[in-house]
Design a binder for this molecule. Structure first.
Ligand SMILES: [Zn+2]
Length: 439
């Protein structure tokens, strides 16, 4: 695919075409994929046979609904059957978290690594990256993760500089910023307030550093209307750097990265077909949130057809001010399994966290969901704070009603008590969402 050099920016030709042309392009790619799966994928060959699917009859993107979706459970139970190449063609062995706690293997060939590099090359280009940039990678590059390696490969292809630090290590991050003068960071956004804290405590002049932007992975920094959420605001209030959100997963091997407009991650039509599905695996309307369901294009090792990611997003199809016409993906509003139906409203835990994060005296919290006697969802928020706030139930409920139109039950504890419940022996990450519903 030819790439237009717009100044120093690289925009693939297809990304500025009319939507109808992009659709046609994807349908051609889809036909190639179906042929490939029929020949090389044990899982999909069986699926087509079992459901009497003649792949020659799947011609348009709309026809995809005739094929059953692929779930994380399928991937966990039949990993080997998804592999389309002999084992000696695998270069990189990756794992991703499965549905039953056990990691699921994901394998990439040499050509898949090239594809991944291209994907991050066009994604970083989308985030205004040029060969003059130097990015400090504050993410894991090993431990069988895909993401850190993907950023490295993409930035290398783009011709930018790279500093591989890894996560955490505030002191080393600033030492490295002073030594190499990076222009950008790649990090989980919740690490940035920690960096700022460190800088403020240790007299580091971070505001006048070389850093001008951050590509934010893994967590949302925006509300569905693209205004900054509490985390995004917390960063922006302290540090005047440009924030770009990016969304990706191992299974899709494709990133949706924001451009300068900051209005959702751009779809790269060469890499992936995206559908947004409702609870019955039917396409949602354009203005409704749906489960991101992906079909990977150009993948050799473990291509996926209609894979349900579990992530719920809005999507936007109006052309963007950056010149791209491709669909944009809004922030992840929640995980499908965590959807809460509460007093007639559909909610996801991140919206609840966002309200709680806004109240400064709340130190920590746990959100518990259960099924009440009527069989509907109940929400109890356990709040850890100083004792003098123990009678502030009404203040919190008012916040909830203002933002979400409904208010959960509230109880108060000391921050130490909450911390204890959050950290059961074996967990490395604090548990802040507890689901006690009878599913
Ligand atoms: Zn754009």
């Amino acid at each position: 695919m030819p790439v237009i050099k717009n100044g120093l920016m690289h925009i693939p030709d297809i990304e500025t075409k009319p939507l109808e042309e992009i659709k046609k392009y994807q349908e051609k790619k889809l036909a190639e994929l179906l042929t490939y799966l029929q020949e090389h994928s044990k899982f999909y060959k069986e699926l087509f046979a079992q459901h009497k699917i003649d792949i020659r009859q799947i011609k348009t993107l709309e026809d995809l609904t005739q094929i059953p979706v692929t779930t994380k459970d399928d991937l966990q139970k039949r990993t080997e059957d998804f592999l389309c190449v002999p084992k000696n063609k695998i270069v990189d062995f990756i794992t991703t978290s499965g549905t039953m706690g056990e990691p699921v293997t994901f394998a990439m060939t040499d050509s898949d690594l090239d594809r991944l590099a291209y994907n991050e090359y066009i994604s970083f280009s989308c985030a205004d990256t040029t060969p003059d940039d130097i990015f400090q990678l504050m993410v894991t590059l090993d431990k069988r993760f895909m993401a850190g390696m993907a950023y490295f490969l993409g930035l290398r292809k783009l011709g930018a500089g790279i500093i591989r630090i890894g996560p955490g290590l505030q002191e080393l991050q600033f030492e490295s910023i002073q030594r190499f003068s990076p222009t950008g960071l790649v990090t989980v956004p919740s690490f940035i307030p920690k960096l700022i804290d460190y800088a403020e405590k240790n007299g580091v002049d971070y505001k006048n550093s070389s850093v001008k932007k951050a590509v934010c992975i893994g967590e949302a920094i925006r509300n569905p209307d693209f205004t900054l959420n509490t985390l995004g605001k917390r960063i922006a209030d302290k540090w005047d750097i440009k924030l770009y959100s990016t969304y990706a997963s191992t299974e899709m091997g494709t990133a949706f990265t924001e451009c300068e407009a900051g209005r959702g991650g751009h779809h790269h039509p060469e890499m992936i077909i995206v559908e947004f599905l409702d609870e019955n695996d039917q396409p949602v309307k354009d203005d409704e949130p749906g489960e991101v369901t992906v079909t990977t294009l150009g993948v050799e090792g473990m291509p996926l057809l209609r894979f349900k990611t579990g992530d719920i997003c809005y999507h936007h199809t109006e052309a963007c001010s950056c010149g791209r016409t491709t669909m944009r993906l809004g922030p992840v509003i929640g995980r499908k399994q965590q959807m809460i139906k509460f007093k007639g409203t559909t909610l996801y835990p991140p919206a609840i966290y966002d309200v709680l994060n806004e109240i400064e005296w709340i130190e920590n919290y746990i959100v518990e969901v259960s099924t009440n006697q009527l069989g509907t969802d109940e929400i109890l928020v356990k709040i850890g704070c100083d004792e003098r706030y123990f009678n502030s139930e009404k203040t919190i409920k008012d916040h909830f009603r203002a933002k979400l139109r409904v208010a959960p039950e509230i109880t108060f504890y000391s921050p130490a008590e909450i911390y204890q419940i959050q950290m059961p022996a074996k967990n490395r990450k604090p548990v802040i969402f507890v689901d006690n519903r009878n599913h």
